[in-house]
Design a protein around this ligand. Structure first.
Ligand SMILES: Cc1cc2nc3c(=O)[nH]c(=O)nc-3n(C[C@H](O)[C@H](O)[C@H](O)COP(=O)(O)OP(=O)(O)OC[C@H]3O[C@@H](n4cnc5c(N)ncnc54)[C@H](O)[C@@H]3O)c2cc1C
Length: 434
């Protein structure tokens, strides 16, 4: 039987597959190199697992404050009560026992790039970890508008867990005629279709629960729908007609959580029944400490995910900024974080072995979006390293070039995609955490 190994992965353009890789010890000259990974989400869990699977004698320590990871993927279905929280709760047991990853429960506080040291706050006090390579995958932080936003009153639910439960309870308390206000952050943000998906499943919930006259008001900071505009445009104006009002160019100016009121450049709302304010986003703080671009994310090399100043410090997942063709930016998704993690793991192992970096790297992304309780749409995007172009088609440098332009996302919204969504999600959960 053919065993899918590291080189097969690189040839397969980052596709997810269930496989057993052949452990591969790095150069004998390097004794048990140490890699520290910060953040046990989709990027961090995957890079820790694959470094151990492909790296043989590499010591991997994963630093994460939480005992389990609660997935944002499928979390909108927990908000509506269609899924339980346990369905999206992912443990680190397999990383520890099957793959030999050391998991340290704690929060990374500070990096000493010159000394190759990371300070971690744990329940027992601060610990300092020495590393040969450091991988950061801390996800996102928020840049809220002015006012007095309190996420314990007006949740974002854009990091899953207690926020998901809070939003679920607030939705359940809605009655006929109430308004659920949802904001869409300025791009780039985590999961481009996610806010539109949430608007759809909330509207569907209000219909199913017969909350007559209740509606979802979508205040989008962007000029238009950021992902699958046809599918979501149809969902807003036909499938959920009368239950979703979409307002573009609604930049949030201020938020008052006490009165659930919001002021935007397009319109203002006072005393909404639910105010689901999803603020603009930037790299997680520990990654942002290395320096960010104008959008607030950390620029990296797409061949290694090494930062420009410190090649042995890598940033993957939502926190990183990858040069891509104009207007076709690499999306911030769990699938993409998983894909970048494998490229990063391979690059670290090559560097430790004194090999040159692979110049033919590829990454991909997929998002499934439930539109009703039985139907979903999907979207995928594939990227290869090479020339990237400006809006006029001129080469502007090297980066990740999108290869599937012209291909439609899903051919519509259907029940098969709804079922496929669960198969895909279980597959990425297993590939990252098992
Ligand atoms: C509603 C919703 C739906 C989504 N649907 C999809 C989908 O269909 N498909 C898809 O591919 N993606 C989807 N996503 C996006 C996906 O969840 C993220 O893109 C993905 O989680 C990014 O992975 P990450 O590793 O960068 O960050 P995360 O998965 O968020 O992991 C970051 C981890 O870092 C930890 N951390 C942060 N700071 C520190 C620190 N200082 N020290 C130690 N640990 C730290 C956090 O506790 C967290 O566990 C969705 C997101 C949302 C909100």
């Amino acid at each position: 039987m053919h065993r899918f190994n590291r080189r097969d992965f690189l040839k397969s353009a980052g596709a997810i597959a269930a496989f057993a890789a052949i452990p591969r010890a790095v150069s004998a000259a390097v004794t048990s190199p140490r890699v520290v990974v910060v953040g046990g989400g989709f990027g961090g869990a995957t890079v820790a697992k694959y470094l151990r699977m492909w790296g043989g004698n590499v010591q991997v320590t994963l630093v994460e404050p939480n005992a389990t990871h609660i997935s944002c993927i499928l979390s909108n279905l927990v908000v509506t009560g269609a899924l339980s929280m346990s369905r999206i709760t992912l443990a680190y047991d397999s990383l520890k026992t099957t793959h030999g990853v050391s998991v340290l429960q704690g929060k990374a506080l500070a990096i000493d790039p010159a000394g190759n040291r990371l300070t971690v706050q744990t329940a027992a006090g601060n610990e300092v970890l020495d590393y040969d390579h450091l991988v950061l995958s801390p996800g996102i932080d928020f840049t809220p508008a002015s006012g007095n936003w309190n996420p314990n009153l007006t949740p974002h639910a854009w990091q899953a867990g207690p926020q998901t439960t809070l939003l679920k309870n607030q939705l359940a308390a809605m009655r006929g005629g109430d308004t659920f206000v949802l904001t869409v952050p300025k791009s780039p943000y985590r999961c481009p279709p996610g806010p539109y998906e949430r608007a759809c499943v909330v509207a569907d919930y209000l219909r199913a629960k017969k909350r007559t006259g209740a509606k979802v008001l979508v205040l989008d900071a962007n000029a238009g729908i950021q992902a699958e505009p046809e599918a979501f445009g149809h969902a807003f104006s036909v499938t959920h007609a009368g239950r979703i009002q979409y307002v573009p160019n609604a930049n949030v100016v201020s938020v008052d959580s006490a009165t659930r009121s919001i002021v935007t450049s397009a319109m203002s709302v006072s005393n909404a029944k639910v105010l689901n304010y999803i603020p603009n986003q930037r790299a997680g703080a520990i990654a942002a400490s290395l320096g960010v671009n104008l959008a607030g994310f950390v620029p990296v090399s797409p061949l290694s995910y090494g930062t420009l100043a410190y090649p042995n410090i890598h940033v993957i997942g939502d926190s990183c900024a990858v040069p891509a063709s104009d207007g076709k930016a690499v999306p911030k998704s769990g699938h993409m974080a998983n894909s970048q993690a494998k490229v990063c793991a391979d690059a670290i192992l090559r560097t430790l072995s004194g090999e040159v970096l692979d110049q033919n790297v590829a990454t991909n992304s997929a998002c499934y979006s439930p539109i009703t309780s039985r139907t979903a749409s999907w979207l995928s995007a594939n990227f290869v390293y090479g020339n990237i172009y400006d809006v006029n088609g001129a080469v502007k440098g090297k980066g990740m070039h999108r290869t599937d332009l012209g291909e439609a996302p899903s051919n519509g919204v259907d029940g098969d995609s709804y079922q496929d969504m669960f198969t895909w999600a279980e597959s990425i959960f297993a590939d990252s955490f098992k």
